[in-house]
Design a binder for this molecule. Sequence first.
Ligand code: ZN
Length: 264
Amino acid sequence: MPSLKLPPLAAAVQKNLLTRIGEPFNVSAPNSTRVGVITNCDTDVAYSFDDAPYIWHQELNQLFAQNNAKATFFVNGNNWGCIYSPENVKALQDSYAAGHLIGSHTWGHVHMDEMTPQELDEQMDLIEEALWKILGIVPAVVRPPYGEANAQVVAQLNARGYTVVTWDVDSGDSVGVVAADSIARLQAFKYPQPHMPLNHEMYQSSVDTVAPAMLPYLKKQGYKMLTIAQCLNGVAPYKIVGKPQQRDETWTCGKDHAPPSASR
Ligand SMILES: [Zn+2]
């Protein structure tokens, strides 16, 4: 391996990953973590989707490509489906190749506040390992499911090298707001006020109605459509960037890691 000059945090992550995965990799680790909970961009708009990937993920990839826009996807390992399914692997690889940000949303869409530090570490380890295998990256941005993260949880995530983000405007899709009302919420944006809107990709109207209306609108307003790492000046997108692995028998969600039921 080439000699690597890693910041201490990335070195710790590397050691942890090597212990779990046992594969050598190249590291390119810019590392700037913003502490606390970040609720908005510094500039422009970062359009984000939680509970990724879902069956319409490739439609989003096409839509964002058509609009020359970047998205941020917060992914679960095992929530609406298993991250290791061939369709989900391909969808995430296509998203990553397109320059969208892939962030952590925990393995099983858990309530972080209800976990012990060890349980939370396991949740973060599992999704890190999956994204390392599938994309060759370890994420550095996390959105807590339900937006729930108390001070202790935030401190633990920051110490793991994560910038913790929520959102400034909720499209309301997860609580039944209809598409027209979601669009109205998002069309209240006035350039150059920054925004970090929340959407969920398992609601079809968010994919086939709201986003197609919003991306051209925001561009026309004058916004750049950035990833969350891009809209937060100096925040690292990933803790480690390497190469994806080859599928093997460990690419499975397994019954031990299933959540009780799919969650928003
Ligand atoms: Zn969620």
